[in-house]
Design a protein around this ligand. Sequence first.
Ligand code: SAM
Length: 190
Amino acid sequence: NYRCRSAFKLLEIDDKYDVLRPGLSVVDCGAAPGAWSQVAAQRVNAAGERPDLPRGSVIGIDLLHIAPLEGAHFLSNQDITDPATHAALQRLLPQAQADVILSDMAPNASGLRELDHERLVSMCLSLLELADKILRPGGSLVCKYWDGGLTHKLRDGLARAFRDVRTVKPKASRKESSELYFLARTFRNT
Ligand code: SAM
């Protein structure tokens, strides 16, 4: 029982690319209402439901309130682009490091397609600063974006920081929407 249908997009991405494994620590950006965190908590064994497997962790952040979830720690009413949030994450993460950064963030849509695209790209670019602070070398990042004129800028930024970057369009994502995901793997952190 997921809090939102968006869960199926992450399930699809993870079934194909195996990003989430038991024992990993995950930061979920733009986590409200919490469906991606539910998927992540299950797959990294954050609640310890499988005592035979390593136990991971999930920290979710959102501008909005996020209702509690077994195995997850939520930072509600916080902006992921704020350096104070980065510092809070460093304090909360095991060894101050995450294995995976997830972002299904989206700005409030203005209805102007190119403007919304640009806003979301700049939010995604701020995830690269977050990655420099908390992502373990070898780690991965999944981020939603809306396709548009600045997509190449985001892809280039990711390609500088990660060895492998690919575009993913989950079937669960409406065909007519410009919504896509970047999956960036093997963080270099040099
Ligand atoms: N993945 C979520 C789930 O499965 O439940 C759905 C996420 S929803 C599509 C996008 C979220 O991004 C919204 O809840 C919004 O408040 C959040 N958001 C937008 N800008 C943000 C920011 N700067 N910092 C944190 N969260 C943000």
